[in-house]
Design a protein around this ligand. Structure first.
Ligand code: ATP
Length: 892
């Protein structure tokens, strides 16, 4: 179908819709059932059974399976079946861990799925773009990713970048007229917007003509690969490290086997013990558990309103040393209310709060009627004319539809009895030049009932004043002299110092047929009318968050498009700007090189009146000074800085698709405090990963050493293969997972950020692993030797005691792993998952030891009560001995 050829009214018939009302819910349901969701097909996921089988592809597991099979053939049925059962349980564990990780990553994808504004049953609603159907009327604006093929019905300065389809990176200006021609290429279909392309400027309304695989994108993208799963730096390091650990474990195991054979043990049982030991000691599951810990952490972040889009960001979060944050909406509530108005040297105040259009106007103490004061009335009228926001009453509440800054202007006008409906009866908007944060202005061309045309502009006052050549003063148009300019600037500063955000309004008359080509044309030689000053209260939680970040060694920098005085006032209120801290303006930044900025950036706490492109410079300068930078943003032009920063953060509510796609973290509530919470969680996740690396590796070291020492001392095997596998299952399983769910140690936000180059074993971790592992192996062997020397004819009893000591030593040690300092620093009952994991592991161990049918399987026998004292005493040593010695050293 050549949609570009049709007139818009023909498209309406063709797709059977109604441009005014959109589709009805019933019709949408029908079309969804008939044509399916608006989705591109993804490559199929590997099937569950294959994923399960993949758990057994590990080389040592295969060797163990083969060895077990041989022992089965040799008649050792019970051993063979038990070993296979344990391998299968282990496989299931790995399988569930991987499934969980994958599922939560899928859930993440869903959460960050794009949304779209669509007209349904007569009103605009936001829906997931996958629910779009042919015939839906949609609107889109700068920063949106187009989510279906759309015939454009209405456009205002609309430009779309179509490189995803055409390879052409220059945006195309879009129009609405039909185009004739046989084979008009996609790049020339100027009245169409295609799925996957990006709105870089302006806004538009259109009707969906194709969805899913029927779109131009669907036709070229046969089967889209599902997004690649990204691997984090730590996972990469662990993978490399894993190879080293495997080699070390294999060498040590080989030594154990060799020594055993030399000491006279039979080759076959040494081989089986060796392979079991290798399977137990090789930390092959580590990367998978890391993924689980990461994804569990990511889920906790979602609860705190932060969505991680790129997994590596979780780690980088913990290294952040500077947060560059927007002000409006992130640090403030973005609930604006005009409180002051200024025109021609006079100031008025307005009462009322929020969006409720109920308030009075005052001149000093006296109530006035705005319609009696011409300049004030004009300021309010034009503020409403050059405006796209709406205030709707829902029962008793008044809700805003649109931009909060504009909403405040609507409310102030409504308080004076002006409404959009009223103005629409008199004025026709001929054209709009939408707001953008580079110009910091917006304009409309308006025609009044007498056919007179004029431009109305509103925007940042310091910009507007530069574009004005005269001013309304005492109800007369006067030349904007330096003296009057100074007066205006004085007024802007006075309002700014009260932390008010200021918007100026100006206008100019146009000839009856005067053409305005572009916004530059429209926004020059203006007549300045006045200012509206609005409060935007800080979010109450931000001050504390800024303070906590400071204690955590993270500096907060405010980057705002707002006026320098307003920015300064709010930064001071929030504790961001310290005494002597610098404030830099966008225009100074523009004249600075990155190197020059590097020299001063450490003292700058506020960047005001900046344009989005300045953000990139700020990121670069901070990074060159060695910082790990988190940068927030919402618009299209913020994307480069978001991408360049170490942690790109996009706003979930006000953010555009483009900003979100560039980001690694999305704030669902646009709140600065959420960034702090995410950083805390990021630090915690990293610490949790260190915790179970420490636990698992120390356990493995212990397991290997007990066997190695025994062989060196020419003792019998202290543990039989099935016991080794069991220990591995019980320790690798629940307790390690529960460590991944641990809470942050109280002071995690009182430390300096982690050095991103820090290795996995930094901060004494290697020493802790080796020393604890050594002691765990040592006490297990000691228990074995003590009991064995008492009853040399009862090897099985000594082995059972060794088994119990090893398990208990590990289960006590797991609590020590929760703190970087010592076990005494943390209340063990804070993490009830861990307590339950440990209790269930103990119960399982007791069953294996005491339940008669399992005794022959696990080569165990009842342990006497007296020996439990020995077991418990010895197994507590690795944890308490070192903790006690540390305590002693600290005191000494
Ligand atoms: P932040 O970067 O912290 O979010 P901001 O919202 O003030 O700050 P911009 O949205 O770039 O940044 O706005 C810059 C300036 O443009 C504002 O201070 C205001 O004076 C003006 N402005 C904002 N919104 C509009 C609008 N809808 N129409 C006209 N001017 C606007």
């Amino acid at each position: 179908m050549k949609w570009y050829e049709l007139r818009t009214e023909d498209v309406e018939k063709q797709v059977n819709t109604n441009y005014e009302k959109g589709l009805t819910t019933k019709e949408v349901k029908k079309r969804l059932e008939q044509f399916g969701f608006n989705e591109l097909k993804e490559a199929e996921k590997p099937n569950m059974f294959l994923l399960f089988l993949a758990q057994f592809k590990d080389f040592m597991v295969l060797v163990l399976l083969a060895a077990t099979l041989i022992s089965g053939l040799l008649g050792e049925y019970i051993d063979a079946i038990a070993i296979i059962a344990i391998i299968i349980i282990n496989g299931f564990l790995g399988f569930f861990q991987e499934r969980k990780a994958e599922k939560s990553l899928d859930a993440l994808k869903e959460l960050s799925a794009p949304q779209v504004m669509v007209k349904r049953d007569g009103s605009w609603v936001k829906i997931a773009s996958s629910e779009l159907v042919v015939g839906d009327v949609v609107k889109f604006a700068s920063g949106d990713r187009i989510s279906a093929d759309i015939r454009i019905l209405n456009s205002s300065s609309l430009e779309i970048e179509e490189s995803a389809l055409t390879g052409e990176s220059l945006p195309v200006q879009k129009k609405t007229n039909s185009i004739s021609g046989q084979d008009v290429g996609i790049g020339d279909q100027e009245n169409m917007a295609f799925m996957g392309t990006m709105v870089t400027r302006g806004s538009g309304v259109g009707v969906v003509v194709a969805t899913g695989m029927n779109t131009a994108m669907g036709q070229i993208a046969d089967l889209l690969q599902s997004a690649e799963t990204m691997i984090t730096p730590l996972q990469r390091k662990l993978e490399q490290l894993g190879k080293i650990l495997i080699t070390v474990a294999l060498i040590l195991t080989a030594i154990v086997v060799l020594l055993g054979v030399l000491q006279g043990h039979d080759v076959y049982s040494m081989f089986l013990a060796g392979v079991s030991l290798a399977v137990a000691a090789i930390p092959e599951g580590l990367p998978a558990i890391v993924t689980v810990a990461l994804s569990l952490g990511v889920q906790r972040m979602i609860k705190n309103n932060a969505i991680v889009r790129k997994l590596p960001a979780v780690e980088t979060l913990g290294c952040a040393s500077v947060i560059c944050s927007d002000k409006t909406g992130t640090m403030t509530q973005n609930k604006m209310t005009v409180t002051h108005l200024w025109s021609g040297g006079k100031t008025w105040t307005v009462s009322g709060t929020g969006y409720e259009p109920d308030g009075r106007f005052y001149e000093g103490e006296d109530i006035i009627q705005p319609k009696d004061v011409k300049s004030l009335h004009q300021l309010l009228t034009f503020g409403l004319l050059c405006n796209n926001a709406d205030i709707r009453q829902k029962k008793k509440d008044f809700a805003l539809d649109g931009d909060p800054t504009e909403g405040a202007l609507v409310v102030s006008a409504m308080k004076a009895g002006l409404t959009r409906t009223l103005l629409q009866e008199q004025f026709v908007i001929e054209k709009e030049f939408p707001f953008d944060s580079n110009r910091k202005m917006m304009s409309v061309i308006v025609r009044d009932p007498n056919g007179k045309r004029f431009v109305v502009t509103k925007g940042a006052p310091d910009v507007l004043i530069q574009n004005s050549e005269s001013i309304l003063w005492d109800h007369k148009q006067q030349f904007l002299s330096t003296r009057l300019k100074d007066e205006v600037e004085g007024a802007i500063e006075e309002l700014g110092a009260q932390a008010l955000r200021t918007i100026a309004v100006a206008f100019k008359a146009l000839g009856p047929s005067e053409t305005v080509y572009n916004e530059i044309d429209a926004e020059k030689n203006l007549i300045f009318i006045g200012l509206q000053g609005m409060i935007d209260p800080p979010r109450p939680e931000v001050k504390l968050a800024v303070k906590e970040c400071k204690e955590a060694g993270i500096r907060t920098v405010m980057i705002t498009g707002d006026h320098i005085i307003t920015a300064k006032a709010i930064a001071t209120q929030l504790g961001i700007l310290p005494l002597g801290g610098k404030v830099v303006e966008g225009k100074e930044l523009a004249n600075m090189s990155v190197e020059e900025l590097e020299d001063i950036v450490e003292d700058v706490y506020v960047f005001a009146r900046v344009s989005p492109e300045h953000k990139l410079k700020i990121v670069k300068a901070l990074q060159n000074n060695g910082h790990i930078v988190a940068m927030t943003g919402d618009g299209v032009n913020d994307a480069p800085a978001i991408k360049a920063s170490d942690i790109g953060i996009a706003m979930g509510i006000t953010g555009t698709d483009v900003a979100k796609e560039a980001s690694s973290l999305v704030l669902l509530d646009d709140n600065f405090a959420t960034i702090k919470a995410a950083i805390k969680e990021g630090r915690n996740i990293y610490e949790n990963i260190r915790k179970f690396i420490r636990y698992l590796l120390a356990s493995n070291v212990g397991e290997i050493l007990v066997m190695l020492f025994a062989m060196l001392l020419a003792l019998p095997l202290p543990l039989v293969p099935i016991q080794i596998l069991w220990v591995n299952l019980v320790t690798d399983g629940l307790p390690a997972m529960a460590l991944g769910l641990d809470q942050a140690e109280g002071d995690v936000m009182k430390r300096a950020p982690r050095n991103p180059r820090e290795g996995v074993f930094a901060r004494g971790l290697a020493w802790k692993i080796v020393s604890r592992g050594f002691l765990i192996g040592g006490v297990t062997l000691a228990a074995f030797m003590i009991v064995y020397s008492n009853q040399p004819d009862n090897l099985m009893y000594a082995q059972t005691v060794a088994f119990a000591t090893l398990v208990m030593a590990q289960l006590i040690h797991v609590f020590d792993c929760r703190s970087d300092r010592s076990i005494f620093h943390r209340n063990p009952f804070e993490n009830m998952y861990l307590v339950f994991a440990v209790i269930s592991s103990i119960i399982l161990m007791l069953i294996v030891i005491y339940y008669p049918p399992l005794q022959p399987v696990f080569h165990t026998t009842d342990i006497m009560l007296r020996d439990w004292l020995l077991i418990l005493g010895l197994s507590a040593i690795p944890t308490f001995l070192l903790a006690g010695s540390m305590l002693f050293r600290r005191r000494a």
